[in-house]
Design a protein around this ligand. Structure first.
Ligand SMILES: Cc1cc2nc3c(=O)[nH]c(=O)nc-3n(C[C@H](O)[C@H](O)[C@H](O)COP(=O)(O)O)c2cc1C
Length: 167
């Protein structure tokens, strides 16, 4: 069975909560859910599947702890590992909604993992998001500010997709 590690960067706790809900859905132990603020980038080496998520801040920037963590991960070779991306944002930030998802994707691209878990952004209202890479939303976007009632169903649907992809 493939070993799944969840890595999150969260400033006010929303992405942490979402990471824990994803862990529940995927059956991942608490010990394999990592706050990247206190995790060495080399920890990704322990897993076959990496579920990586962070929020978007400021003018559409990747959450600080995750940006620092990925600076370290970028020097690793993730060939053979599967990576699924999630992120939290606020769709009233119309031009930068959930940019974190796209930022993570771009930062990891040169490490050559197999990206899994594209999803949809149905129900959100925005003009632009870096999560949209050439017409494909490259991960799960969550908005607990304006659409909290949809969070659990989106997580469940995304986790079901991931389980199928990694089996
Ligand atoms: C000052 C500020 C700037 C933000 N900028 C963005 C943004 O550009 N795009 C976006 O989607 N969300 C933005 N957000 C919303 C946060 O990403 C959202 O509240 C998220 O759930 C925070 O998650 P965290 O607590 O895990 O850090 C911003 C929030 C604040 C307070």
């Amino acid at each position: 069975m493939k070993k799944i590690g969840i890595f999150y960067g969260s400033t006010t706790g929303t992405t942490k909560e979402v990471a824990e809900q994803i862990a529940d859905c995927l059956g991942v132990d608490e010990a394999d859910v990592h706050d990247v603020a206190s995790t060495a980038p080399s920890a990704v080496g322990d897993y076959d599947v990496l579920v990586i998520g962070a929020s978007t801040w400021d003018a559409g920037d990747l959450q600080d702890d995750m940006a620092t963590f990925l600076d370290g991960v970028q020097s690793l070779d993730l060939r053979g590992k599967e990576v699924a991306i999630f992120g939290c944002g606020d769709d009233s930030m119309r031009d930068t909604f959930c940019n974190s998802v796209g930022e993570i994707y771009h930062k990891l691209h040169a490490t050559h993992p197999d990206f899994i878990g594209p999803f949809n952004n149905e129900g959100f209202e925005y003009n632009h998001s870096e999560s949209d890479v050439k017409g494909m939303i490259v991960g799960l976007c969550i908005d607990n500010v304006n659409h909290a009632d949809e969070t659990l169903s989106r997580i469940r649907e995304w986790c079901a997709d991931i389980k199928q992809e990694i089996c």
